[in-house]
Design a protein around this ligand. Structure first.
Ligand SMILES: *Cc1c(COP(=O)(O)O)cnc(C)c1O
Length: 244
């Protein structure tokens, strides 16, 4: 069922095609520079404010991971997404009372930062007979009004979630502070990478440290160089966001 797209949407789809090629080339180069293969890096398209038609075009072009930030927006789009093999992630701040809208629908929740939230994901996952993959979001820059667990509380949180049924911790996620200097930015990314490797080394039962999700349009190459294997890219793929 392909409805005729407006001129504007067609133009956005064409721009996306060019942008996607460019991003893939850049990801491949950064992967190589970090001693890895391009296919070891997952490109997740951050689709907030992007119309479903354009997201579906991205999926047709082979994008196989998308992420939404807001539960309500995800709800509005979900049934019209032509998902096919594409995984849907939740990457925004999540309130406990909205977990019910995600469990069983999204493939991964990247933004878990409290026991309370994990407990609710666990409860509903068990009830709905699914296992929900999660990442723990770390407030790596210790910013006051930002989500994420503080680095020194990460291990405790991990320990508490480890025993929960219906939840599988698959890695870490972070959004570092906006940095003027690359040096400082890379320090945050490297620090995340250290936590990631450290936890991985310690290995506990239902913790499989596989994914380190960091890097966005402005800094994904730095993130890859520091060890990221999921990059979340929005505006460099879809153009500047238009909030209406
Ligand atoms: C919007 C968003 C992105 C993508 O940001 P861009 O700078 O547009 O690439 C990545 N991660 C999260 C959590 C986001 O909300």
């Amino acid at each position: 069922m392909t409805e005729k797209l407006s001129e504007e949407l067609q133009a956005r789809c064409r721009a996306l095609e060019m942008n996607l090629q460019d991003i893939r080339t850049r990801i491949a180069a950064a992967a190589k520079a970090s001693g890895r293969l391009p296919e070891e890096i997952t490109l997740l398209a951050a689709t907030k404010t992007v119309p479903v038609e354009v997201i579906n075009h991205a999926i047709r072009l082979g994008v196989d991971h998308i992420g939404e930030n807001r539960v309500q927006e995800l709800e509005q789009k979900y049934d019209r997404l032509e998902r096919g093999q594409c995984s849907v992630h939740f990457i925004g701040h999540l309130q406990t009372n909205k977990v019910k809208n995600l469990v069983g629908r999204v493939d991964m929740i990247q933004s878990v930062d409290s026991v309370r939230l994990a407990r609710e994901i666990s409860r509903l996952s068990v009830q709905r007979n699914v296992v929900t993959d999660i990442l723990l979001e770390v407030n790596i820059g210790r910013e006051e009004n930002k989500s994420g667990v503080l680095p020194e509380e990460l291990e405790t949180l991990l320990g508490e979630i480890t025993g929960m049924e219906g939840v599988s911790v698959r890695g870490l996620m972070a959004i570092p502070p906006i940095c003027e200097e690359k040096e400082r930015l890379r320090n945050y990314f490297s620090l995340m990478s250290e936590y990631f490797i450290d936890i991985k080394r310690k290995k506990s039962d239902n913790v499989a440290m596989e994914f380190l999700s960091m890097g966005m349009s402005g800094d994904f190459e730095d993130a890859i160089l520091c060890g990221a294997n999921i990059v979340r890219i929005g505006s460099s793929l879809f153009g500047q966001r238009q909030y209406t």
